[in-house]
Structures are given as C-alpha cells and as structure tokens.
Design a protein around this ligand. Sequence first.
Ligand code: TYD
Ligand code: MG
Length: 473
Amino acid sequence: MGRATFSFVCQSCGAQARQFFGRCPGCGGWNTLVEQASPPPDGRRRRAPGAAAIGELDARPRRSQPIQAVGERPLARLASGFDELDRVLGGGLVPGSLVLVGGDPGIGKSTLLLQAAQVMARSCSVLYVSAEESAQQVKLRWRRLGPDASPGPEPGSLQLLAETDLELVLQELESLRPAVAIIDSIQALHDAELTSAPGSVAQVRECAAALQRLAKRQDTALLLVGHVTKEGMLAGPKVLEHLVDAVLTFEGDRFASHRLLRAAKNRFGATHELGVFEMRDRGLVEVTNPSELFLGSEGPCAGTATIVACEGTRPLLVELQSLVSGTSYASPRRTATGIGINRLHQILAVLEKHLGLPLSRFDCYLAVAGGLDVEEPAADLGVAAAVVASYRDLTLPAGTVLVGELGLGGQLRPVGQLELRLQEAARLGFHRAVVPRASGLGSLATELDLQVLEAATVADALVAALGVDPAAD
Ligand code: TYD
Ligand code: MG
C-alpha cells in the first residue's frame, strides 16, 4: 500500500505537506512548517501501553443497538474544591474525561491545578506529573499554598512525578491507576520514538493520544496543561481540541490579580461559563461576588455607565468608562479596551445618525473596568450612554444599569436573560434599569423593587437614563 509520508508539519495548525512552503497552506502562518522524520512503517510501530485499549475495543460487539438499550452510568463528578472551576466544568470533573487547560505562561495554571489536586486527593487518588518543574519546586509551591492541616481520610494520596518521558509517565499511570492525573504540561512531555522536539505538533499529538487511550481505558480523569503560543493559540490547537472533552482557558490581565476561567468547549456542560479567581500570595482564591470586582468604587462620574453582562448563566455588573474629546487629527482616534472596536464604531455611527451628535469630530476612548472582555451586544446601550454622557459632560444618576442591543436603525433590541440580569442588579443595590421593551417586566419590577424603564429606541433610552435629551442643543 503506497501510504503518503508527509515530512513537513505546520507547528501552528498541524497541516501536513510533502514539500516546504514558506506559508502554511492550511492556516496561512508564515514559517510554521518544520521538517519531520516520516513515521516508521506500520509493522514497526511501538507497543504503546495504551494500545491494548484498541484490542479491547475489537473484542466488543460491533453491532449497533437501540439507544434505549445502551447502559447508562450515573456521572459521579469529582469536586475540585473550587466551585468556580466545577461550574466551568459543568458541575465537577467527570471520571475518564480529558480536559485541556490553556493559558499564558505565568497566569496560574500550575497553581490552580495543584490546589485542585490537594482537595481532590482527600477523596480519591491523584497523580501530579510535573514535566516543567522539579519535584522540589512543586513541593515548595505546595508548601506555599498552605496545604490543609487536616489532610482528610487518606493522607498522601497525592502522588508527584517529575518526569518528561512519555513512556515512564504512561507506566506510572498504569501501575497507580489514579482517579485523576494532571499533566503539567503536555508540551514539555516527549515521546522518545519521535525525532521532533518536545512541544512540536507531532509530539503534542502523539503524547496526548497515548495518554488519552490509557486514561479512557482505566477511567482516569486527565487534566492537561497547555501553553498558549505568542499568537494566543494553544499550541497544536486543531490537533488537541477535537481529541479532548473540554477546553478551558485561563486568562487575565498580568497587571491585575484576578483571573478568569472559561470553557471554550465542553462535552459535559455549557460553554461560556465563567469562573473568577484572584491570585493572592497563598495561591488562588475564588471570587464569589465578581460584580464587585468590575464595578468602580468611586461612584458615578461623567462618562461612566454600568451594564449587566451575562457570561454563561452568570450575570456580571460591569462599569464602562468613556472619554470623548475634540480631535486634532483628520480622522478621529477611537480606542476600545474590552469591547470590539468595530462595535464601538457601529454605536458611534448610530448615535451620529439617529441623535445627530457630531461624534466624527471627536476622539473616543472606551474601556471596560477591571480588564474584562465584554463580547455580547447587550452592552451596546451602556456604551452609547457612556459616550453620550462624556460628550455632554453628564453624570448618570447613581444606581442605574443599562441593558440593550442597538439596531442600526436606532432601535433598542431585546436581549436574552433579562430577568437574571435585573435580579443581579437589584441584589447589588441598583434601583433603576433602562431596558428594551419586554413582556412581564411590570411584575418583576415590583418583585425586585426596581424602577424599570422600557424604551423602544436608543434615543428614548438615553432620555430615560440621563433625564435630559442628549440630542437637544
Ligand atoms: P503558575 O501557576 O506557575 O503559572 P503557569 O503554570 O500558568 O505558568 O503561576 C505563577 C505566577 O503566580 C507567578 O507569577 C507567581 C504567582 N503566584 C502568586 O502570586 N501566589 C502564589 O501563591 C503562587 C503559587 C503563585
Ligand atoms: Mg506552570
């Protein structure tokens, strides 16, 4: 059988080619193709410890069966000790699942997983494989994190292995059969049978696949740490993302202490859930009331507006700040932090057209407090209010939140999960909300003791929010 042997592999997307290209034909990245030795012919394929799983699969009946007849196993999820992490995972770690945790170097992936390992080790066996740091370094960190004085029923069920050789890691996994194994990181592991360097796509793919085969067979939940490349991608992302059950990304501002954990893919729960942590001197602490983190403490001032963003099932009150000032350039400057710049352009265009504000002669800067990224369009009305307030030098009345998407025709469009957002606003002491028209708001407003102002257009909404007509000269 004439099997193609590819010898150039893109280190970014995993695309393969038989000849060298300066630009990857798959992802378009420059200089990402690296020559790799062709895999050995099938006959010489080494015996991977996980390979027996294939044999087991072969022994199973190959016939299909009615879906009702498929046996169900209750999902006994493992609690990680962090409610925030459990929620992002969809309610806890599923036995036998494969989870990839990605993030920039130094963001706190090792800290998060070591802390979770400490807690999980109280109820089950945990193996922590450190491929980047020596056992001494991990021990030091473990000390610093202040392990619980009461170690629980089975002290010492947290095993540590500092190893980079895949073969040895697989052997240890096979002999220990832990309930949870943490590999920190997948890029630092290496398979001696491959000639490519650790961290290359071929290595990452082989190592992850071998670990997965073994873990699925013995029902070990695997947590893989993956580094993000300079371009902000998980190395070998296309290679790993379809392989794993969940992809979590750990992100945050290097200048701020809070860290956000999101699920980009989750076979056992909803994506777009958000977990919020704070990095302290003794490790990560959960932030159970994140709205406080993203609200300015100074109270309202000109050019600020508060919105309720919804991250997954979780409403978050976030402060937006805007600065509008006369431009000295031919084309005005527009800068947005935490909100897409195109969204800002669109909102400015709507305000110019439908309120007659000459914003094209003004520079506009917009920032989301606390370094959060707000992607959803429900923030539009808040952005518009912050911009108009700064332009007119007005202060929004204290205790006001704004929610709504702006249509290009100047209309205010409905947003999802309005009830949840209003409940959160009321809980945090806000008493006025400007929202798009929706049914059943009257009773909710009475129930929450909230003044709910409904508007059909952005002009009406701004009049309601500011108390004056911003379009009037
Ligand atoms: P780390 O978990 O090593 O990051 P990653 O594994 O993602 O590369 O986190 C390292 C950073 O966290 C480092 O800059 C120091 C900081 N840190 C604290 O502030 N407090 C702590 O208790 C710990 C353990 C780390
Ligand atoms: Mg680390």
